[in-house]
Design a protein around this ligand. Structure first.
Ligand code: GLC
Length: 549
């Protein structure tokens, strides 16, 4: 581990020059912490902010630039924190504002920024605003939420449905006042009425509250839903959606950006299920968000041609937006883990390593979800332990820090009873075991991140995809006099890539993601591209090429 940490020494960056000159949110990974499942410091079985504070060194060791915390605000936890009942405090299960301040201070001491999850489309039904709003039709806060009379048949006012399949209609009848209220997610998460300027102002105040406390950025939860057709017309089978992405969204984001720009060096990253790429990039202009998560990528099959097509189309669209900077992610707290999604056991694990390579070495900011650096698969959650309304428990399994044979069944996550089952095989996959294994996914993640941090070409250089034969995705990065060829095999068996005549004949192996190679120290051999090494399934390989010109 010593040499990896040396690679991350801050002095290196200064020497590299323009890596340090990039905005922090472009330099390297944002690491997502799902606090309930990260580390439990008080034995109640639920992770907390003190647990985060105690493990900041782990996050820093991954070469991450920032920590994004999923919601830690007071919440009845119908959606585990994404139902906020007070935007300006910390839920007791996670700690206090004082502990939060300590997390920010200790993170900053390690050069890590802190990004909070801002849930602005909806509150909890227990938020005082909603309690007032539902109390009577003439309450001054009635119009802070979206209320409508029943449809002609007495049912919901229109055809909008919840994003959670199990919920069905996005409307619930409030018996007391005889109107329906809108909830784009669970009934316990009523949608705020963003058409009311008072609501927008109140939400901007919550942003200032956290930015004043030193928070460096916001992840904008379900942001596309904060603008809807004010006439509440049916979305229907085709055509433009009416339940989200209404034309008012860009002005709303621009005003939010103005608030954030009152502070130096802050960042907005949106959760953005846009309908297509041309629409997606419109959100990343200078007046919108700095970064956004694109969900087209996570819906792609495991197919190198589909990935290449997406990357090429993205870069082509990006060219129309000056300064656009991509983000790359395949895991978060809402999505099955890569190691389970694209295979199981060894194949899944190799592909998870290839994906860590891919998200760090494409042009853009990588987002790493806690446990991804361990190559964790989804956990098996028996029916009696299911707690999420939308089937997302498996990817939210607690992080195994220690060997259960040493630390007990809580694997160093908790001394109590964990709120969700841990992954099987925590004995082999836990942080402690991976620290001891030089071939582990944990060590691989550190090496990839360290390479990126030291190289202007890899962190900020140009990018072009190149032909590499069937089932191999390959791209070239270039900048500051350096040139690299990166490739990932999507084949299920060993595969020899083949390259066209435009590439140089030879390159030096800088890194391979296969465990067999990760264990080795130092740089690899020079290889002729025409006789290139055989790639293992899921394997990523980085070659340094002679610089052009
Ligand atoms: C986002 C979150 C998800 C949550 C939903 C409602 O999609 O990532 O976890 O359930 O918004 O807030």
């Amino acid at each position: 581990m010593g040499d990896e940490l040396d690679l991350l020494a801050p002095g290196d960056e200064a020497a590299a020059g323009s890596v340090a000159e990039q905005p922090w949110w472009q330099r390297s990974a944002v690491y997502q912490v799902y606090p309930r499942s990260f580390a439990d410091s008080d034995g109640d079985g639920v992770g907390d902010l003190e647990g985060v504070r105690q493990h900041l060194d782990h996050i820093a060791s991954l070469g991450a630039e920032a920590v994004w915390l999923s919601p830690v605000f007071p919440s009845p936890m119908a959606d585990f924190g994404y139902d906020v009942s007070d935007y300006c405090d910390i839920d007791p299960v996670f700690g206090t504002l004082e502990v939060f301040d300590a997390v920010v201070r200790d993170a900053h001491d390690r050069g890590l920024r802190v990004v909070l999850d801002w849930v602005a489309n909806h509150t909890s039904e227990e938020h005082p605003w909603f309690v007032e709003s539902r109390s009577s039709r003439d309450n001054p806060r009635r119009d802070w939420y979206v209320w409508a009379d029943p449809g002609p048949d007495g049912g919901p006012p229109n055809d909008w449905t919840s994003a959670f399949r199990a919920v069905g209609p996005a409307w619930t009848l409030d018996e007391h006042t005889g109107q329906y209220y809108l909830h784009s997610f669970a009934p316990q998460q009523p949608d705020l009425n963003w058409d009311n300027p008072e609501v927008e102002r109140a939400l901007h105040d919550t942003v200032r509250f956290w930015l004043d406390r030193g928070v460096d950025g916001l992840r904008l939860d379900a942001i596309i839903k904060v603008a809807k057709d004010p006439l509440l017309r049916d979305t229907g089978a085709a055509g433009l959606p009416h339940h989200e992405d209404w034309e008012t969204i860009h002005d709303r984001l621009a005003r939010l950006r103005q608030v954030v720009d009152e502070y130096p060096d802050r960042m907005l990253v949106g959760e953005l299920w846009a309908r297509d790429l041309p629409r997606f990039v419109t959100f990343l202009s200078g007046t919108g968000m700095h970064l956004a998560h694109n969900f087209e990528l996570v819906e792609l099959p495991w197919d190198s041609a589909a990935y290449r097509d997406f990357i090429d189309r993205f870069e082509a669209e990006a060219a129309s937006v000056p300064g656009l900077w991509p983000s790359w992610f395949l895991e978060n707290h809402d999505l099955p883990r890569v190691a389970s999604r694209f295979g199981a056991a060894e194949l899944g694990s190799r592909r998870a390593r290839g994906i860590l390579f891919l998200i760090h070495l494409l042009r853009g900011t990588p987002f790493v979800y806690q446990g991804q650096e361990l190559g964790l698969p989804d956990a098996v959650v028996p029916p009696e332990r299911v707690v999420d309304v939308d089937g997302r428990d498996p990817e939210r399994a607690p992080i195994p820090w220690e060997r259960p044979s040493v630390a007990g069944a809580g694997a160093g996550f908790t001394t109590g009873a964990p709120w969700l089952p841990l992954v099987e095989d925590a004995e082999r996959l836990c942080v402690a075991a991976q620290e001891d294994d030089p071939a582990s996914t944990l060590h691989l993640t550190r090496r990839i991140a360290a390479l990126r941090r030291r190289s202007v070409a890899l962190s900020g250089g140009s990018q072009v995809t190149v032909d590499a034969g069937s089932e191999v995705l390959a791209w070239v990065r270039e900048g500051a006099g350096e040139r690299y060829l990166a490739m990932v095999s999507f084949a299920a068996t060993q595969r020899r890539p083949s390259f066209g005549p435009d590439l140089p004949e030879e390159g030096d192996v800088v890194l391979r993601t296969s465990p067999e190679w990760t264990a080795r120290e130092g740089a690899g051999p020079s290889v002729r591209l025409s006789e290139l090494l055989v790639l293992e399934p899921g394997e990523g390989v980085l070659l340094q090429l002679p610089a052009t010109g």
